[in-house]
Ligand binder design. Structure first.
Ligand code: GDP
Length: 179
């Protein structure tokens, strides 16, 4: 898929129900312009042009209980394809702050490591925990995922927590300069 104009790309991945649509809405609000998607297929790759300066690639949520084998194979191929795109600057990987990484999350972690992809982990639904619990879970997940502090952002689409931080971190990915 050749996107025109060619611009930097950032992909969004996470388990279904992790809060990806909500976070994307919180990040881009009404500036979002959906420019592709396959009608009739719920598990396609959606592309959004943001501020005429970069693209967000929204991959289907994974770990869907009723996904069949063919769907799984197609999903893996889609991830591989997205991670190999020439203009991909990095991936925002969404994880529910309340839960330990699932086996599907671990498979994603392996794919990200294999592609040597720049990763930002967005821990979602931060509002569901107290401030103290949030800090503890953030630390735990950072250790679990072996990610440094500047690559992990606690977010809440509900309260707006972490949205500005995540935007800045994404800008850093796009420019290639850590913010
Ligand atoms: P997706 O399947 O990953 O796109 O997830 P959605 O954005 O559709 O969200 C799944 C569910 O989680 C919905 O019921 C949302 O209302 C809820 N949700 C998403 N983000 C948040 C959040 O930041 N806080 C809370 N409390 N609920 C959220």
């Amino acid at each position: 898929m050749l996107l025109d104009p060619q611009l930097p790309e950032v992909a969004f991945v996470g388990r279904s129900n992790v809060g990806k649509s909500s976070l994307l809405n919180a990040l881009v609000g009404r500036r979002i312009a959906k420019i592709s998607g396959t009608p009739g297929k719920t598990r396609a790759l959606n592309v959004f042009l943001i501020d005429d300066s970069h693209y967000f690639l929204d991959l289907p949520g994974y770990g869907y209980a009723r996904a069949g084998k063919a769907q799984l194979i197609a999903f893996r191929a889609l991830v591989k394809y997205a991670l190999q795109r020439e203009r991909l600057r990095g991936v925002v990987w969404l994880l529910d702050i309340r839960h330990p990484p699932s086996s599907d999350d671990r498979a994603m972690q392996d794919a990200l490591a294999e592609g040597e992809t720049h990763v930002l982990a967005a821990l979602t639904k931060g509002d569901k925990l107290s401030t103290e619990q949030r800090r503890a879970r953030e630390r735990e997940l950072r250790g679990d995922l072996e990610l440094p502090e500047d690559q992990v952002v606690v977010t809440s689409a509900k309260t707006g927590e972490g949205i500005v931080d995540l935007k800045e971190a994404i800008a850093g990915l796009i420019s290639g300069v850590p913010q």
